[in-house]
Ligand binder design. Structure first.
Ligand SMILES: C[S@@+](CC[C@H](N)C(=O)[O-])C[C@H]1O[C@@H](n2cnc3c(N)ncnc32)[C@H](O)[C@@H]1O
Length: 408
């Protein structure tokens, strides 16, 4: 086992909480770098890290988890388009959007495709994609993607915006030209200093790798970068973090969209769309609610309140009210039975509360009921990867890729 000083260094520099991705993942990264640098042992590698800042970046490249895909959690893109619609024709300066972290580009390019398809001319918006990993950014700028990047059930966008090259797809220049990539560590004191405020920030699936103190610092950075009435899109496991740090849910089902708590309610700035119009779950069947069992004899006591429906569970999860969401989910499952949808929500709640074991157990139950449930496969793979179990995560990701291949 490698000494904790390497994990401490990564925590200090990039906020990585080694306990979350598994100490063995850090050990493997350090061992890989010792081999790559042809050094005798970790002592020599530690000395190199002190002298060569480039080697710190190389170590970072080895531990980052660049997992992403086009239109991941697609309700966020729908919410952005709906809430920004009033800006399209009001003559205001171009919409400024930040994808942080942008990883290999799938997220910022999805933003661009969503806006172009909603009728936004390219000159009316500006998208920055920022990530700590140069390797991820190189792939992002290249704009060529394999099947793993296409995991959403509706792949119509691939036909419209990509052209096939051998066994991969190349993004057309019209979309590539909309995104400006830059390398940056969001925890650096000078991060994006002097940048004009952003109207929309996507910060998804990064805060989950930080410990509580670093999460607080990171949300403060987002607050600094976001325009006063701007929109922040978080990952679903991160809604609790942002709502604990002065952001209020925009109350859009499954979008995990937030405004600064003191800003006017978004529903007043733009009409709140019907949840069904925004919610495009990956694999979500219509909710069938069994009729409440009829009592054999008439009793005069007031009927208990009806068990919460799936829609209200999503709303609670969305707004970061995790304890309430958990209680409501248990009531829902007791009353309606354990459907794949309800168990998926239970897993997401556990994930958001940092309960990895509970989340994994719930995702496994989803897969027992629905072995092709793409969302559950994706989340379980991510959890396993965070725990350093890359072999089983790879197996699941391959299963997801095969499944996506089938629907494409
Ligand atoms: C799981 S990906 C998320 C990508 C995308 N936002 C999504 O949700 O699909 C996490 C990314 O965070 C980046 N990252 C990790 N620490 C960072 C930091 N301190 N500053 C900026 N990016 C960071 C990694 O390089 C990796 O590409």
């Amino acid at each position: 086992m490698i000494q904790p000083r390497f994990a401490d260094l990564l925590d200090r520099v990039m906020g990585l909480d080694a306990a979350l991705i598994g100490v063995s993942a850090v050990d493997r990264a350090v061992a890989a770098r010792i081999r790559a640098c042809d050094l005798p042992d970790e002592e020599a590698y530690w000395a190199l890290l002190q002298q060569a800042p480039g080697e710190v970046q190389a170590l970072i490249e080895t531990v980052v988890i660049p997992e992403t895909w086009f239109f991941r959690d697609s309700a966020a893109f729908d919410a952005m388009v709906k809430l920004c619609a009033p800006r399209l024709a009001d003559g205001s300066p171009p919409l400024r959007i930040l994808s942080l972290p942008s990883s290999t580009g799938e997220e910022p390019y999805s933003i661009a495709m969503a806006l172009l398809e909603a009728g936004w001319p390219a000159g009316r918006f500006h998208i920055d994609g920022v990530d700590i990993s140069n390797r991820a950014l190189t792939l992002a700028r290249r704009g060529i993607y394999g099947r793993n990047a296409f995991r959403s059930p509706d792949l119509g966008f691939r036909d419209r915006h990509f052209e096939p090259v051998e066994r991969e797809w190349r993004l057309k220049d019209a979309v590539r030209g909309c995104v400006h990539f830059a390398q940056g560590n969001m925890l650096d004191p000078g991060f994006l200093a002097g940048a004009a405020p952003y109207d929309v920030i996507f910060c998804r699936n990064l805060l989950i790798y930080f410990d509580a103190a670093t999460q607080g610092r990171a949300v403060a950075v987002l607050r600094r970068l976001l325009a006063p009435k701007g929109l922040l899109l978080a990952g679903h496991s991160e809604s609790g973090v942002v709502s604990a740090h002065g952001f209020a849910s925009a109350q859009i089902s499954m979008a995990f969209a937030f405004r600064r708590a003191e800003a006017p309610e978004p529903a007043k700035a733009a009409p709140k769309p019907a949840p069904a119009a925004l919610a495009k779950p990956l694999k979500r069947a219509p909710v069938s609610r069994p009729a409440a069992p009829r009592p054999a004899v008439k009793i005069s006591q007031p009927a208990p309140p009806p068990a919460p429906g799936l829609e209200s569970l999503w709303t609670l999860l969305d707004s970061g009210r995790l304890e309430e969401a958990e209680r409501a989910c248990q009531t829902h499952i007791r009353t309606h039975g354990a459907s794949a949808d309800a168990l998926m929500i239970q897993g997401l709640i556990a994930d958001a509360r940092g309960d990895a074991a509970g989340a994994a157990a719930a995702y496994r139950k989803v897969l027992y009921l629905d072995p092709d449930h793409g969302e559950a496969i994706g989340h379980l793979a991510l959890l396993l990867r965070k725990q350093g179990d890359h072999a089983r995560a790879d197996l699941l990701t391959r299963r997801l890729t095969r499944q996506t291949g089938k629907v494409s």
